[in-house]
Design a binder for this molecule. Structure first.
Ligand SMILES: [Zn+2]
Ligand SMILES: [Zn+2]
Length: 358
């Protein structure tokens, strides 16, 4: 056996308990001292170094993911270092970023590389895992993470940047769905964290012009991440002009706008999470048919796309550091949560640092 193998938790470097955010019941959370998770087969223990909160966490807390049972340790946008491992590819000390979808590996979708659509979603016994959703996540000092979710961070990528492994993959996948070509006019609707990653990646991949559409004070703040920013109220002047529209706002209104902005023969990628039950009205179908539009849904980050996104990050093609507006130690989670959910101080992403100041 390799020296990387550590047999037992409670050894010199791994404490038996750890600090974690626990969603205890719908609409209730607490910071708790809980048993440090023990990695199962094909898993490693990750010592979390940087971890962000996201709107999905608010939905989990609100009980909008019926598959998720309370109590639950959330956190799905994180990075850290391997602290226990019996896999030599990810030995102790390896710096890793996490992508959150792990497929069963054997269903028809997994065999296509579309493990984000795994037919065994939620069935842990098949090997499926959705990190921070159906299994515990990274808003804690440690997390047991399936090896299939790990990406070794390139040398010059910091832990803070590495926490974007999943998000950047989601953004890059949306652009790949839309078959962006060099020189094209790309419109991004929704200046949240993922939309901003899309805008940056579109520029990095050679878009001719990137227009960011949104609302309010945030637009001014993110001005430099696109060639132009436009308030959603003024968007009709771009009607029928975009080669590619990427939507990450998650509302029917944004989707209507997205379809209207595409030029004839253009492409529209819908990535904003609406949840179930939101219907689309007010679209003249001739816009789609006579316009020969491609309207594409985009879910998450299949086919190892997060690994390619990390290569762009390592090459300084995208800047995620400026999207993290606030930093907190894990023990200040309540303040971090309020800052994020109330968008205090123009919060875009809020980062927790479990290895510091606890
Ligand atoms: Zn997220
Ligand atoms: Zn599967």
């Amino acid at each position: 056996m390799k020296s990387a193998v550590r047999e037992s938790i409670g050894s010199a470097d791994i404490p038996a308990t750890m600090l974690a955010v626990v969603f205890t019941a719908q609409d209730h959370f607490a910071l708790r001292e809980v048993p440090t998770p023990r990695p199962g087969p094909r898993e490693v223990l990750v010592r979390v170094r940087a971890s962000m909160v996201c709107a999905s966490d608010a939905k989990i807390l609100a009980g909008r993911f019926p598959a998720i049972k309370f109590p639950h340790v959330p956190g799905h946008e994180f990075s850290g270092e391997v602290a226990m491992s019996n896999d030599e590819r990810f030995a102790v000390g390896t710096r890793v970023g996490i992508e959150v979808h792990v497929g069963c590996g054997t269903c028809d979708r997994c065999r296509e590389g579309m493990y984000t659509l795994c037919q065994n979603y939620g069935k842990r016994e098949t090997g499926h895992a959705h990190v921070g959703f159906t299994i515990g996540g990274g808003l804690a000092e440690y997390a047991a993470v399936p090896i299939a979710a790990l990406h070794a961070l390139p040398e010059h990528v910091t832990f803070e940047q590495g926490a974007w492994t999943d998000n950047l993959g989601v953004a890059l996948w949306a652009l790949e769905r839309g078959r962006m070509a060099g020189g094209e006019h790309v419109v991004v609707i929704g200046p949240g964290a993922i939309g901003l990653c899309v805008a940056e990646l579109a520029r990095a991949l050679g878009a001719g012009r990137v227009t960011l559409v949104g609302r309010g004070a945030r637009l001014a703040r993110v001005r430099d991440l696109a060639d132009e920013v436009i308030d959603a109220a003024d968007v009709t002047r771009l009607r029928g002009t975009a080669d590619l529209v990427v939507e990450f706002a998650g509302t029917a209104e944004a989707v209507r706008a997205a379809i209207g902005l595409a030029r004839r023969g253009g492409r529209v990628v819908l990535g904003g999470p609406t949840g179930t039950g939101v219907e689309l009205s007010g679209v003249d179908l001739s816009t789609i048919v006579l316009g020969n539009l491609d309207i594409l849904g985009s879910l998450a980050n299949p086919k190892g796309v997060s690994g390619r996104a990390l290569a762009l990050l390592a090459d300084a093609k995208v800047d995620v550091t400026s999207l993290v507006t606030h930093h907190f130690p894990l023990r200040s989670f309540a303040e971090a949560w309020q800052t994020f959910t109330e968008r205090r101080g123009g919060a875009i992403r809020v980062m927790l640092h479990p290895a510091e100041g606890n």
